[in-house]
Design a protein around this ligand. Structure first.
Ligand code: TYC
Length: 113
């Protein structure tokens, strides 16, 4: 904790010598994190989604299959939480890979609360 002391003397809004001490919290706000989500669709093959989760999110086959099924059943799932820069990179990699294989798979990011 820091203490910032200010001497206010002979100023227009102060008639005497007044010490003002304010306690200031050092500003160490952590940068926000971003959820990366996969969205379900009716056309992208299940094994393609599993492959994406293994390749870009470092999941093993069982974990990847499990998350793919959550997306398939619930409509979407968070597949990872990252800094803004890493999240953008992941979304770009997934969208590019899906587009190159002509699958309509959608991947988005959203700021974490
Ligand atoms: N619903 C797709 C199917 O039945 C599978 C799928 C899963 C697609 C997850 C997208 O993000 C997705 N082939």
């Amino acid at each position: 904790m820091h203490f910032d002391a200010t001497m206010m003397a002979n100023s227009s809004d102060d008639d005497g010598d007044t010490s003002v001490i304010t306690e200031t919290k050092p500003k160490t706000k952590r940068p926000p994190l971003y959820k990366v989500m996969l969205l379900n669709d009716d056309y992208t093959p299940m094994e393609f989604v599993v492959h994406i989760l293994e390749r870009f999110f470092g999941l093993n086959h069982a974990q990847a299959f499990e998350i793919m099924l959550v997306v398939h059943k619930k409509g979407l799932a968070v597949v990872g939480v990252f800094s803004h820069e890493i999240a953008e990179t992941k979304v770009g990699q997934v969208m590019d890979f899906a587009r190159r294989h002509q699958h309509p798979l959608q991947c988005t990011m959203e700021k974490e609360e």
